[in-house]
Design a protein around this ligand. Sequence first.
Ligand SMILES: *Cc1c(COP(=O)(O)O)cnc(C)c1O
Ligand SMILES: [Zn+2]
Length: 374
Amino acid sequence: MEKFYCPECDHSYPIHSTQWHCECGSPLDLLWTPKFFKRKILRRDFNLWRYREALPIHEDRSILSMGERVTPLEGMEFDGQSVQIKIDYLFPTGSYKDRGAAVLISKARELGIQKVVEDSSGNAGAAIAAYCAKAGIECDIYVPQSTSPGKLVQIQMYGANLKKVKGSREETARVTMRAAGRTYYASHCWNPFFLHGTKTFAFEIWEQLGWRSPDTLILPIGHGTLLLGAYIGFKELKEAGEIKKIPKLVGIQSSTCAPIYHAFLKGLTVPPYLRKGETMAEGIAIAEPIRGRQILNATRETGGEILTVTEREIGSAMKEMGRKGHFIEPTAAATIAGLKKYLRRKPKSEAIVSTLTGTGLKALEKIKICNIMK
Ligand SMILES: *Cc1c(COP(=O)(O)O)cnc(C)c1O
Ligand SMILES: [Zn+2]
């Protein structure tokens, strides 16, 4: 049976407890042994549940699915160099957060939970709200007041109780934690089941590359739920003997809010507290990443690095993606801006995979404000 354990002090907890962090304050991880049966995988529908034996859900009837497809891995050229890009804005709610929400809310249903709370800068809240609607689970979603109106309308349309918090993303988190004392905390940052959904990003790439891992992944870092999911996924594949190495993880932050970048440069094991500035990349404007220590460990262990991008670089990456036929939100464009920076000095013949994390349609105001239409 799986359990929660603390990577800091080795304390463990049953998964049905409402304890969402260790008594020592650390976020919890999931202890669980996944299995991979390629022949079974190939026989199943082309959605993330095809990796069924690697996902921590016991009963098939607990599974909530909107047929989340395995997202395309599209070959593209940037400045004359070839890269493969996962088109993750094609998920039902318009961002990769559906990977995590599908598994976390399926688990909540399996555990018999009737109400959850979550806080988010928008996309995670929309994903949790959509899967809760599907499950018939009540949910309260806390968001900072400055969240893109498109995301707010979407969350309400799914029937969630939208709680707008005056103040920052960090203040929003503090208000939600108080509510989480009474209600199941379906947090994409704290709850390990979310990461056991985002890890399907790794499984899909492994299959799409012919059961191999790429050399390098270029991924966004806010709370790091995609980066840590990818790390867990490739680590599980390696431990199962399916691949030889975990790809090098290259994380991208906005230069106005880059706690992980500063920790990485200074050799710190936890991110420092820094004041954050304004950025149109609202999805990665995270000053206090909950799993900062784990993000730094994973990046260092794989020989990776952290890069930052400016508002101007984000704007021009968004425009370039538009001209390639992909309308993405500024947060997603930040990753592509980072990819372009990385490509300028990458070792030749590296196989690189990156991603388009969210659609542009929810963030029209943020896009207009930054004048990239000119
Ligand atoms: C959430 C989000 C990110 C960043 O994910 P983290 O888990 O916070 O690192 C990137 N892009 C989009 C579109 C997002 O919604
Ligand atoms: Zn602990």
